[in-house]
Design a protein around this ligand. Structure first.
Ligand code: IMP
Length: 205
């Protein structure tokens, strides 16, 4: 059986494949398909975005699909960046951060650090929704995962991706980017959601 994982984010793809690797499934990514179709993540919740992507990509590619939407919610920023996590630097909230020669992750992290300057409440959480949909069989389900933590005052570590150098998971004194991939998968929002999804997948394989 083939399942298409619809993300272009290398970090996410690595983490998803890592957890699901012992299933008897051939995982494809958008790098393995000829024509790339764009599905806009224009909804207001992770759940709606993940379901929209799973359904539309499965319809288009005629393959079972795993789609994910995830992000970081910071309490003192009223839950931002939330569904805007990937392009936080470019949205109006808190001003735009357009620096040349910096990656999107670097711009997002700079903006977050700036907005968190002097804030005492640094509580935040990663959330993810992972959705599976098989258009041909009409079968779909989704799971979610949450990882609580706080925002650091400076970036540390080189592992993971996105906001990981600034996210200290609850119960740890180092950032997500300082954990091994195995440690991150054990405690992360994605790790938890995909572990649950794996159990459901076993029922349809
Ligand atoms: P998406 O591709 O729209 O789901 O964007 C999710 C964005 O949230 C990513 O580009 C990252 O900025 C952030 N994000 C989601 N999961 C993680 C994670 O595990 N570590 C760090 N950042 C994450």
């Amino acid at each position: 059986m083939k399942i298409l994982i619809v993300t272009t984010n290398e970090g996410k793809l690595r983490e998803l494949k890592n957890i699901l690797s012992d299933l008897n499934v051939e995982f494809l990514s958008l790098k393995d398909v000829k024509e790339i179709v764009e599905v806009e993540e224009d909804k207001e919740t992770f759940l709606e975005n993940a379901i929209k992507k799973a359904v539309e990509y499965s319809k288009f590619y005629k393959l079972p699909v795993i789609a994910e939407d995830a992000g970081l919610e910071v309490d003192t920023l009223n839950g931002y960046p939330g569904v805007y996590s990937a392009r936080f630097y470019s949205i109006d909230f808190g001003g735009k951060f357009e620096y040349e020669n910096l990656s999107k992750d670097e711009k997002n992290n700079l903006k977050l650090l700036k907005l968190m300057e002097g804030k005492e409440n640094r509580k935040a959480r990663y959330k993810t929704v992972v959705a599976y949909y098989d258009y041909q069989k009409g079968i779909g389900f989704w799971t979610e995962g949450v990882c609580e933590g706080v925002i650091a005052t400076k970036p540390e570590g080189t592992g993971g991706f996105g906001y990981d150098p600034l996210f200290i998971p609850e119960g740890y004194n180092k950032t997500m980017a300082q954990l091994t991939p195995e440690e991150k998968n054990r405690i992360s929002h994605r790790g938890k959601a995909v572990a649950k999804l794996k159990e459901l997948l076993k029922c349809v394989l």
